[in-house]
Design a protein around this ligand. Sequence first.
Ligand code: DC
Length: 219
Amino acid sequence: MQIAIDGPSGAGKSTIAQAAARQLGWAYIDTGALYRAIGLAVMRAGVDTKNEAAVAACLPELTLDVRYHNGEQQVYLAGENVSEAIRTPEASLAASDVGKVPAVRDFLLQLQRDLAAAQPSILDGRDIGTVVLPNASVKIYLTATAEMRAQRRRNQLLEKGIDEPLEKVLQEVNARDHQDMNRAIAPLRQADDAIVLDTTHQSLDESIQSVVQIIMLNS
Ligand code: DC
């Protein structure tokens, strides 16, 4: 059982996928964390994340491991648990940069397929239904308007005591959408056979229940 959930950043994919996986007793595989870990490794090596050849040259040196602690995915770089370190805004931008490099996508392709094959799982990302698991049991394209995604992101930042103007957050959301949707390789797009779920007018709980229902009805 392999479920693909794709969509733009800020649509709530990871929170929703994780909660749905918990309800179903399946594994949740966060593929963005793998791109973030490579972005972090490249930054730490002092390499420009926009320099594709230099990024590709970092890959042979990289030891990336994924382990599960109490069902939670943890990502390791050379034995160090970087699951927290990959959550900074810098690592997020670095992930988006390295995600444009074909060698990086090749490097992660088999790892993602192996993780999905090991157990019933829900994977979230940008190209799961289109590239990684074209034969996934169910494909969901999770989206919401850019304005709503920016509003949710702003609220998250406020909870951390960071007060950013909505226009600035919206600009960042639009910039990342543009980068993820317009890259040459494996751009974010809806798979032809994906079920679209627009969460603009849904609460988090409603979205989780919608996803669980879509999975149960279609698998
Ligand atoms: O989902 P996230 O915000 O953790 O993803 C970080 C970046 O990684 C995102 O900007 C695009 C890239 N990514 C990707 O290209 N393919 C995936 N399957 C997952 C993430």
